[in-house]
Write a protein that binds this ligand. Structure first.
Ligand SMILES: O=C(O)CCC(=O)C(=O)O
Ligand SMILES: [Mn+2]
Length: 134
């Protein structure tokens, strides 16, 4: 993981201190629209998303604008610069049968615990997974 982090930092020019792994078992797994605007995130550091496995689409949306669809292929690295009005989501794609993993590298200001608490809220991690982690 440290080697991947260092490669991502070389490519992007940012330094990261937090990584979130999302596992999408199939095209049925999705994440809803979000802004990644938690207070713990350093918004001056773009979030870098590295993709593995199945190609999935990310949809960028803003009120009054046409949505933008970006395919995230295996091995691709996407940089998301924080913008107040835009959200991003991974919609369901039931025809996709293969799993996908994404690593999103972030820079957080605050304590690891505070960042984890905020993300837990954002991702609605069920209590059993929370217990396993503790
Ligand atoms: O899985 C992805 O590619 C993106 C995940 C994401 O944007 C997030 O977890 O905030
Ligand atoms: Mn995100």
């Amino acid at each position: 993981m440290l080697k991947i982090k260092s490669d991502v930092e070389k490519k992007t020019g940012f330094e990261y201190n937090f990584v979130l792994l999302n596992f999408y078992e199939s095209g049925h797994a999705k994440i809803g629209a979000r802004k990644d605007d938690k207070p713990s995130l350093d918004q001056s550091v773009d979030i870098a998303t590295l993709s593995f496995g199945a190609c999935r689409d990310m949809i960028f949306s803003k009120k009054g604008c046409k949505s933008v669809r970006q395919a995230l292929e295996a091995g691709s690295l996407l940089l998301i610069h924080y913008q107040k009005e835009w959200t991003h989501a991974i919609p369901p794609q039931p025809c996709v049968k293969e799993p996908r993993i994404s690593l999103t590298f972030r820079r957080v200001w605050s304590s690891l615990q505070q960042s984890l608490d905020e993300m837990e809220h954002d991702y609605s991690i069920p209590p059993c997974e929370r217990l396993l982690r503790e």
